[in-house]
Structure formats: structure tokens, C-alpha cells
Ligand binder design. Structure first.
Ligand code: GLU
Length: 363
């Protein structure tokens, strides 16, 4: 199973004012254990601002964006250093990936981030993601790591998003003030009633609170990824969840990830047209195969990598729509050629397929 694990500042501090080293050891041991069991893990972590605050000797709290950016810049390296040194004890190599809103909006950057993250997973590297706080301006920020983790879950097409936090899950009322409050084990859909349970922001250390977690759950479940909000202080929360144990609150996905992806491809405006030869058209029509450059006879439009293109049969009828891995200019040069020649012609390759079968919807 491919899982995105989001760790909030309150989990990393274990209720203290500092990054709690023993807690980090426990979390990384759990991550190493589920990796050994065959799962893939992508970590989304907060804690940079806190680590910076700790490093500078706890200066008075100033909530301006500039101050937070400064603290994050100081803390991000220290946070990574801690992760890397503890992960090394478990033989887990790590990578740092800093993302911000623009990286999800710009198709080329989006695809490049996806390639890097998939590459990490293929090579057994644990990607550790945070928002690129030092450069993210107020308008161009994802803003909180719950939402960031949902975007990342979409990006890597995760099978599960696990948000560990300082609450046991979603409650029917605030358990701190209402003795009758009870845990909601399963949420089928994020309805207005569910939103109403979210209340305000949580602890003073992180950015989130239940509101951003519900928002994350809504984003991920819509794209086909179920979400669990579970207590970060529960022993071995991650291994237990991946073993199917019920912990915290589980939000069910709407339909499959592939269906969600295909809906999204069809919702895009096609930016170009690619005409196929009879063999390629048949392979797509009959088997839903991937499109290779060898099967392309003509390229029209000025599209970029990651945009939607129409795939046309030799007689001009549209048979499918899909996301192209090559921009129009490159495609014009490699059309009709075998995939093994791509690198020789372009000087690089984005892989053998022009449109991968998972990125293609037959019409
Ligand atoms: N990116 C921030 C940090 O690392 C955290 C944002 C959040 O708490 O959601 O400190």
C-alpha cells in the first residue's frame, strides 16, 4: 500500500515546546517497520517553524509571515538533520522535497515533483515533504500541512492518507468541554454536518486544527484516497492502521482513484490533437494500451507536458483523451520513432510512453 503520513507539529513535540527526539525515534521505527512489510511511505512533516524557534532560543512569538518564514528557514535544515540521522539508524535513506502551491498548479512542476517522488519510492528512499515556507508568499501558499498532505496524496496517488495529530479523531462534540462527546469511527462523506463538527483551530503550535484536517479529508477522498485522522501518541499507530486496525476516524473515498483521475482528465480542455496510425488506434480502442511515439503520425497544437490532448484515429475520429508526457515540440520530433530512440533524438527522455494507459480515457 502506498501511504502518505502527515505529522503535525503537536505530534513531533509530544506536547512540549521542543521537537521530541524519543517521539521521532518511535515514529521512524514505525515507518521503517511498515516499509519492511512492503508498504511505501511518503512523509509530510511540519515542525520547521518550531525547530527554528527552538534553535534561536525561543524568541517572543511574532506571528508575521516574515518571522515565520525566517524561523522555517532556520528550522527546516535542523528538522531534516534530525530526520536523516534517526532514519539512518533504521537504514532508511531520506530525501527532502519542499513544495508550495505553485508546484501543484504548474503542470510541468507538478509532473517533475511526481517523477521525483515516484523515483524516491522506486529506490527505497523516504521522501520528507514540507511546504517551502521561506519562499511561499501569503497568496501562493498551501498554508497548512494538512491540505499539503492531501495534495501530496493526489500527486503520488496514495492508497491512504494518514494524518496523525494530538486528537484521537473526529468527535461528535469537543471532548475537552463536553463529557458526552464520542469518537466518530467512520465518515462516509464530508457533509456540512461534518464541517460543523470541526470547530476552530487547534493548539497554538501548529497551523491546523480539525478544520484543515476535514478539508484535507475532503480533497483526498474526492480524488479516491481514503483518509484516517488518528492520535499521534497511540503506540505504533501507523503499523496498526496498515494492519487494518480501527484507530481514529476513517473517511471513505468516493469511487476509485482511477475513476477520479479519469473524470479529471475529461474535465480538462484539450490543448492539442495527436493522430495515430491504425495499429496504435487499434491498441488503444481494443486494449486500452499506452500510446508510444511509434504510433503517432501527426501532432497539432502547442501543448505542454502534462496537458490533455485528443487522440485521433487515422480517419480523424477522436478515440481517446489523455495527458501527454511530452510537449508538442518534442513530440513532433519523436513521432514515428521507436521509444528506445527518444533519448538519442531529444537528448533526454520522460519515459517510453507518450500517454500512459493510466492517463488515458477511451471515448
Ligand atoms: N510548514 C510549517 C512548518 O513546518 C507547518 C505548517 C502547519 O503546521 O500546517 O513549521
Amino acid at each position: 500500500m502506498r501511504v502518505v503520513l502527515k505529522l503535525g507539529t503537536s505530534v513531533l513535540t509530544a506536547g512540549t515546546d521542543r521537537l521530541h527526539r524519543p517521539r521521532l525515534v518511535d515514529l521512524l521505527r514505525d515507518i521503517a517497520a511498515v516499509r519492511t512489510a512492503g508498504h511505501e511511505v511518503v512523509l509530510v512533516t511540519s515542525g520547521a517553524v518550531l525547530a527554528g524557534w527552538e534553535a534561536l532560543g525561543f524568541p517572543p512569538r511574532d506571528r508575521t509571515l516574515a518571522e515565520k518564514q525566517l524561523l522555517a528557514a532556520v528550522g527546516q535544515g535542523r528538522l531534516m538533520h534530525l530526520y536523516a540521522s534517526i532514519a539512518e539508524l533504521y537504514g532508511v535513506p531520506v530525501a527532502q522535497v519542499l513544495l508550495t502551491a505553485g508546484d501543484f498548479r504548474d503542470r510541468t512542476r507538478y509532473l517533475n515533483a511526481r517523477t521525483t517522488l515516484n523515483g524516491c519510492l522506486t529506490r527505497g528512499v523516504l521522501p520528507i515533504i514540507n511546504e517551502n515556507d521561506a519562499v511561499a508568499t501569503a497568496q501562493l501558499k498551501v498554508g497548512d500541512n494538512d491540505t499539503l498532505s492531501a495534495f501530496v496524496a493526489n500527486l503520488v496517488e496514495a492508497d491512504l492518507l494518514v494524518i496523525l495529530t494530538d486528537a484521537p479523531g473526529l468527535y461528535t462534540a469537543d471532548p475537552r468541554t463536553d463529557p458526552d462527546a464520542s469518537l466518530i469511527p467512520v465518515v462516509e462523506r464530508v457533509t456540512p454536518e461534518v464541517w460543523a463538527l470541526a470547530g476552530g483551530a487547534g493548539s497554538h503550535r501548529g497551523t491546523g486544527g480539525m478544520h484543515t484536517k476535514i478539508q484535507a479529508a475532503e480533497i483526498a477522498t474526492r480524488a479516491g484516497t481514503p483518509v484516517v485522522i488518528a492520535p499521534g501518541d497511540a503506540e505504533q499507530a501507523l503499523p496498526r492502521l496498515l494492519n487494518g486496525e480501527d484507530l481514529g476516524t476513517r473517511f471513505l473515498a468516493h469511487g476509485s482513484r482511477l475513476e477520479a483521475r479519469k473524470r479529471w482528465i475529461l474535465a480538462e480542455i484539450a490543448a492539442g490533437r495527436v493522430t495515430l496510425d491504425a495499429g496504435a488506434a487499434r491498441a488503444i480502442r481494443e486494449r486500452g494500451g499506452s500510446l508510444l511515439p511509434a504510433g503517432i503520425t501527426a501532432v497539432e497544437g502547442d501543448f505542454r507536458r502534462g496537458q490533455t490532448v485528443r487522440l485521433l484515429a487515422p480517419d480523424g475520429t477522436e478515440i481517446a483523451r489523455g495527458l501527454t508526457r511530452y510537449p508538442a515540440a518534442d513530440l513532433t520530433r519523436i513521432k514515428g520513432h521507436h521509444s528506445r530512440d527518444i533519448e538519442g533524438i531529444l537528448g533526454f527522455t520522460y519515459g517510453p510512453e507518450v500517454v500512459h494507459r493510466d492517463d488515458l480515457v477511451r471515448l
